[in-house]
Write a protein that binds this ligand. Structure first.
Ligand SMILES: *Cc1c(COP(=O)(O)O)cnc(C)c1O
Length: 485
């Protein structure tokens, strides 16, 4: 009877809550300790997942421990381990334990991080941590502002909504926007979401180094003006996801200034590198953006979801996103008490600033600097290793911890087609082995292997192991090719 009552209140007893919570913590800590001994790749078909997980709505209660055991055995293991040292592909999510616990606190206390009145401390902490970021990126801390979002995609969208309103007002039928062919797909998605047609989007080709071609950019802007169109925004990549390449930020800032265009920089991948000496050099000019996307759940080592948009003038956000429904009248507060629901798209928001705050306070910014510097060095060491070998060729040198390369034994004289086939096969075999997550990308028409080394717990030994395994698979595929020839 009593248990039934607890159930209908969605409650556990105090002892049950503690026991349950400690078990969850034990699982998480075990994972942090043992993940490097697990395999980072999860492979399962829809059929396999259906047969394991599909079921009817559970109308009646089940013992809490049974559900937890099932989740730990059958659900958690069927995901890639993005914080695994041999998880090289896409953009890894190294995460950190302090932030995981911070997220647990934010969720445990279910703190509403939309308006000042609901949580003055959450709003203040978002202001404080945002000021840290403004400072790191050389934005003005008094006038500047920003907002934490679910990720880089939402930050880019928030930026473009703002840019469109400030530069175009309500009529954007003639507006045109410029970005390179290496810009992240989330930008195109955002441009479509804000109602732009294909004819209003200019994809500018990149040069041999994957940087936006400035001449082509200038020419296309001039041509669009001649045709009576309204160029309004240039998007630069500060670290493309493919190669880590940084567009010529100073030059693009100058074009924006001369042409009176909004300058958005997508630093979702590479922005954090400003904390290293090498990255600081590459990212020169980042402070000239009107708006800047960074993505703490990538190279600032935060667990998902945490993106961030920084702007030069916080009023751009409030004037774009403020709406006043009647029921929010009583809680508006004074001007200095920011309601973050007025600075972006979400009303109800989780308390994202807490994990950034707690992890930065606990480890210190110096630790983040060291970690990021380590990542950049590791990619350079990997490049040196590959250059020494007669089996490998560098396609795109180590840049902001990303390196692209392919298996190409020099004596073999393989055709482009054969090279694509060998490298595709290496990636497939290593992924099928589940030992490392290493997939291909395509650069200048070539299939290449891409490593993104932003995990501070990845070692050169991990990389050497993976490359040795790749060499075995490469040799196997070569043997098949030679047999067929
Ligand atoms: C990852 C990434 C994004 C998208 O960010 P999400 O957090 O995945 O939404 C945007 N731009 C670049 C350059 C990225 O690397």
């Amino acid at each position: 009877m009593i248990e039934n009552d607890l159930n209908s209140k969605l409650k556990l007893s105090k002892d049950e809550m503690k026991k349950y919570g400690y078990q969850v913590i034990d699982h998480i800590v075990d994972h942090f300790e043992t993940q490097k001994d697990k395999k980072p790749v999860a492979l399962a078909t829809r059929e396999e997942m259906d047969s394991l997980l599909a079921e009817d709505i559970p109308n009646v209660p089940s013992p809490a421990n049974d559900v937890l055991d099932f989740v730990m055995k059958q659900i958690i293991p069927h995901s890639n381990i993005v914080s695994h040292p041999k998880s090289y592909s896409f953009v890894p999510g190294p995460s950190n334990y302090i932030s995981v616990m911070a997220d647990t606190l934010a969720t445990g206390f279910n703190i509403f991080s939309g308006g000042w009145a609901a949580s003055p401390a959450a709003a203040e902490l978002e202001i404080v941590t945002m000021n840290w970021l403004l400072d790191i990126f050389g934005f003005p801390t008094k006038k500047g502002g920003g907002i934490f979002t679910s990720g880089g995609s939402m930050a880019n969208l928030t930026a473009l909504v703002t840019a469109r309103r400030i530069k175009c007002g309500s009529d954007f039928s003639k507006a045109t926007i410029y970005l390179s062919d290496q810009a992240h797909s989330s930008n195109i998605k955002a441009i479509k979401v804000i109602g732009f047609k294909k004819e209003q989007i200019r994809i500018i080709p990149t040069d041999i180094e994957f940087k936006i071609s400035l001449n082509k950019l200038k020419n296309i802007i001039a041509r669009d003006r001649l045709e009576g169109l309204q160029p309004f925004c240039i998007i630069a990549s500060a670290g493309t996801t493919n190669t880590g390449t940084v567009d010529p930020l100073e030059d693009m800032a100058n074009i924006c200034k001369a042409e009176n265009l909004w300058f958005h920089i997508d630093g979702a991948y590479g922005g954090a590198a400003i904390l290293s000496e090498n990255g600081k050099q590459l990212l020169k000019g980042i402070e000239r953006a009107d708006s800047l996307t960074v993505d703490p759940h990538k190279w600032f080592f935060q667990p998902y979801e945490m993106g961030c948009l920084l702007v030069k003038n916080h009023e751009w956000l409030s004037s774009t996103f403020t709406e006043k429904p009647e029921y929010l009248r009583d809680i508006e507060g004074n001007q200095s008490e920011i309601n973050f629901y007025d600075h972006g798209i979400q009303l109800t928001r989780r308390f994202r600033a807490l994990k950034f705050y707690m992890s930065l306070k606990t480890f210190g910014l110096d630790s983040f600097k060291k970690a990021i510097t380590y990542n950049i060095d590791l990619a350079e060491q990997t490049e040196a290793l590959l250059r020494k070998s007669v089996l490998w060729e560098i396609t795109s040198p180590a840049t902001l911890a990303i390196i692209n390369f392919r298996y190409n034994p020099i004596q073999q004289n393989l055709s482009e087609e054969e090279l694509d086939r060998v490298n595709q096969s290496i990636s497939k075999k290593i992924t099928d082995s589940r030992e490392a997550l290493l997939v291909t990308t395509v650069l200048q028409g070539q299939v290449v292997l891409r490593m993104c080394l932003i995990n501070p717990r990845t070692t050169l030994e991990d990389i050497t192991n993976t490359l040795e395994q790749c060499e075995v698979y490469g040799k196997e595929e070569l043997a098949i090719i030679n047999e067929q020839n």
